[in-house]
Design a protein around this ligand. Structure first.
Ligand SMILES: [Zn+2]
Length: 338
C-alpha cells in the first residue's frame, strides 16, 4: 500500500513506453517491410501473417497502414492506459551515412510517427527513431526535438549500428543537452532479421550513459533460454553504476521471456528501474506464466481481448505493471514544457 507521501506518485497516469507503429506503405505513409518478413515460410513471416490476421488488418476498402492506425488507436483508448509512446524504425545506413535499403528489413519514417501521434495526441506521444549512422543524425535529432519528441529509439541489431562507437559521442552529448531520452534495443531479437546480435549487448550503452543521457534499455538485455550469450547480467551490472539507466518490459510478457522476466523481478534494483512497455503488436502470453500466477488467474488474463490491457494486467499480476507504467510516464516527461 502506498502511504500519504506517495500520493502524487499513485495518481500519475499510466504510459506504455514501447508500442510499435508498422505499415507496408500501401497507404502512402512511407513505411516499408521487406519480403523476408511478409512472404515465405520463415518464423518471422509466419508471425507477420499471424498478426495481420489476429488484429484484423485486412479489411476491404482500407489500406493496411490505415487499418493498423485504427486498431492501434482503439486498443490504446480502451486499455486503461492514459497514453502510449508510438515507436518508429529508422533505416540501415552505409559507411557514408546514406540509406541502405537493401539491408533495411523494416522502416517506419519519423514523419509518419509524428502524423499518427498528432492525430491522436490525447493518447499518443511520438517516439521517432534515429540511427546515429545517418549523415544528418544531429539535424534529425534537432528536428524531432523541435517537433516535440522527448524520446527516440535506436535498434542496433537491425539497424547495424554500434552505439558504443566513440564516433557517436557528439550525438549522445547533444541528446544529453536536449534531455532526449535514448531508447536502445538490448538483448536478443526474434521478430526481425538481425545484422549482428552482438550490437544488442548492454555494454555498448556506456558511451551514451557517460555523456549523461537518460537511457532506456529496451527489453532489459533479455532473451530466450536458448539464446547465447546471456546479456542480462551486464544490464544488471550497469544499473548499479548508472542511475539514469532504466529497462523496459517490452515483450517480457511473452512465452520465450518467462525465465529472464523472472530473473529481473527477483532482483530488487532491476525491479525498481523497469518501465512498462508492451512491444505491441507482439502479444503477451499469460498462460506461459501459469507457474507463477496459478492456472486460474493465467487463464483469466489470457482471455482479455485488448492486447495492451492483457499485457498490463499480466505485468500487474506479476507485481509491477502499474508502478512501472507510472514510472514510464515520469521518465518520458510527458506534460513538461517544450
Ligand atoms: Zn520493440
Amino acid at each position: 500500500m502506498a502511504g500519504a507521501a506517495d500520493k502524487s506518485a499513485t495518481s500519475k497516469p499510466l504510459l506504455d513506453i514501447h508500442v510499435h507503429l508498422f505499415g507496408t506503405g500501401d497507404g502512402g505513409t512511407g513505411c516499408r517491410i521487406s519480403k523476408s518478413i511478409t512472404e515465405g515460410l520463415s518464423p518471422q513471416s509466419l508471425q507477420f501473417r499471424g498478426l495481420v490476421y489476429a488484429l484484423g488488418l485486412e479489411v476491404k476498402g482500407k489500406t493496411l497502414d490505415q487499418r493498423y492506425e485504427e486498431v492501434l488507436t482503439e486498443q490504446v483508448k480502451s486499455s486503461g492506459l492514459a497514453m502510449a509512446a508510438i515507436v518508429g524504425q529508422d533505416a540501415v545506413y552505409d559507411r557514408h551515412g546514406k540509406t541502405d535499403w537493401e539491408r533495411t528489413s523494416f522502416y517506419v519514417p519519423n514523419d509518419h510517427v509524428f502524423a499518427v501521434a498528432s492525430r491522436h495526441a490525447e493518447c499518443m506521444i511520438p517516439c521517432p527513431s534515429i540511427n546515429p549512422n545517418r549523415a544528418d543524425a544531429l539535424d534529425e535529432l534537432e528536428r524531432c526535438h523541435g517537433k516535440g519528441a522527448r524520446l527516440f529509439k535506436i535498434h542496433p541489431p537491425t539497424q547495424g549500428v554500434d552505439v558504443g562507437d566513440p564516433k557517436h559521442s557528439k550525438f549522445f552529448q547533444r541528446c544529453s543537452d536536449l534531455d532526449m531520452v535514448v531508447m536502445v534495443h538490448t538483448g536478443h531479437e526474434h521478430s526481425a532479421p538481425v545484422i549482428d546480435k552482438d550490437l544488442a549487448g548492454p555494454r555498448r550503452l556506456v558511451s551514451a550513459l557517460d555523456q549523461g543521457c537518460t537511457v532506456v534499455a529496451c527489453h532489459a538485455g533479455s532473451g530466450w533460454k536458448s539464446d547465447t550469450p546471456d546479456q542480462l547480467p551486464k544490464f544488471l551490472d550497469l544499473l548499479k553504476r548508472y542511475p539514469k539507466l532504466w529497462g523496459d518490459t517490452a515483450v517480457l510478457g511473452s512465452a520465450g521471456r518467462v525465465t529472464d522476466f523472472t530473473r529481473l523481478l527477483a532482483n530488487p534494483l532491476a525491479r525498481s528501474r523497469l518501465l512498462h512497455g508492451s512491444d505491441f503488436p507482439f502479444p503477451a502470453a499469460p498462460l506461459a506464466f501459469a507457474k507463477q500466477l496459478g492456472d486460474e488467474l493465467a487463464q483469466r488474463l489470457g482471455k482479455e481481448k485488448n492486447w495492451l490491457k492483457k499485457d498490463l494486467d499480466l505485468k500487474e499480476a506479476l507485481g509491477i505493471g502499474i508502478t512501472s507504467a507510472r514510472q514510464a510516464y515520469d521518465v518520458a516527461r510527458i506534460g513538461e514544457g517544450k
